[in-house]
Design a protein around this ligand. Structure first.
Ligand code: ZN
Ligand code: ZN
Length: 274
């Protein structure tokens, strides 16, 4: 056991507090990682807002990167000091989903055994099986992926959720065919990666629809999509009409919170996927 600092959520819609918490040592098949970077995902915010059921107190944060500092019994292929991405995707490797190359939908129960506790012994929930808003985490070995030493930790942490969710939604869920036209509603962390995924899949025209102008961000993408930022209360409508005659397959930016009826309708058919 070791004492670390973590951002503890004690009440919904209130600020987290930095506290000393207890992290148990890794058990068989687990690893301990010293966290060097962690991103804030929309899901973390939703949990903090009380949008999903979870018992508090809890430590959230599930887009993390760091270095392995301890190995549980039986862990193979990983070494102390290895730089890794830490993700919420936990897989058993033996259930039908894992055996069919879909570890993101592993059917094994996650369990509620948390490696975290308050100093008085009160269990502390490990949000999304990671608890990355902390100096260190203990997670299942399936939740870490070795990365090259040259990858900056801040960039690597984004691979844990936003990148794989966005790219996965385009490649695995939407299964965009080469040449298809694609509209991505919401060009935030996940939406930008849905655009990347669409490009990887060989999409024809890619239109990014967003309430804010983010062309500076989109220019950084290898093949800039069309940027659409309608000023009206109906985001999506004007953009959808602009390429007359085109056949569109609407796609979704998973964590956006559409406020207009138009946007809600447009986004409703789709879900994310790793
Ligand atoms: Zn996330
Ligand atoms: Zn499984």
């Amino acid at each position: 056991m070791t004492t670390i600092k973590a951002a503890v959520a004690r009440a919904f819609n209130e600020a987290m507090t930095i506290e000393d918490v207890v992290l148990r040592a890794p058990r068989a098949g687990e690893v301990q990682v010293a966290i060097e970077a962690v991103a804030i995902c929309g899901s973390d915010v939703s949990y903090l807002d009380g949008g999903f059921p979870i018992a508090l107190p809890a430590v959230f944060g599930h887009e993390a990167a760091g270095r392995i500092t301890a190995l549980g019994h039986g862990v193979k292929g990983l070494n102390l000091g290895d730089p890794v991405v830490v993700t919420l995707i936990k897989s058993c490797g033996t259930c039908p989903s894992c055996q069919s190359a879909h570890p993101a939908i592993c059917e094994a129960p996650s369990g509620d055994d948390t490696p975290l506790a308050l100093p008085d012994g009160t269990p502390l929930a490990q949000g999304l099986d990671v608890g990355g808003f902390a100096e260190a985490v203990v997670v299942d070995q399936s939740q870490v992926v070795r990365i090259p030493d040259f990858v900056p930790m801040a960039s690597a942490s984004l691979l844990a959720c936003g990148v794989i969710t966005g790219v996965g939604s385009a490649v695995n869920v939407a299964r965009i065919n080469p040449g298809e036209n694609v509209a991505v509603i919401g060009a935030g962390g996940v939406g930008l990666n849905a655009i990347q995924g669409a490009r990887i899949a060989g999409a024809g025209k890619i239109i990014a629809i967003d309430r804010a102008r983010r062309s500076w961000t989109l220019r950084a993408i290898s093949a800039p999509p069309t940027v659409c930022s309608p000023p009206s209360r109906s985001p999506g409508t004007r953009c959808a009409r602009s390429p007359a005659g085109a056949a569109w397959r609407w796609r979704w930016s998973p964590l956006a919170r559409p406020r207009s009826t138009t946007a809600r309708r447009a986004t409703s058919p789709r879900v994310a996927g790793w």
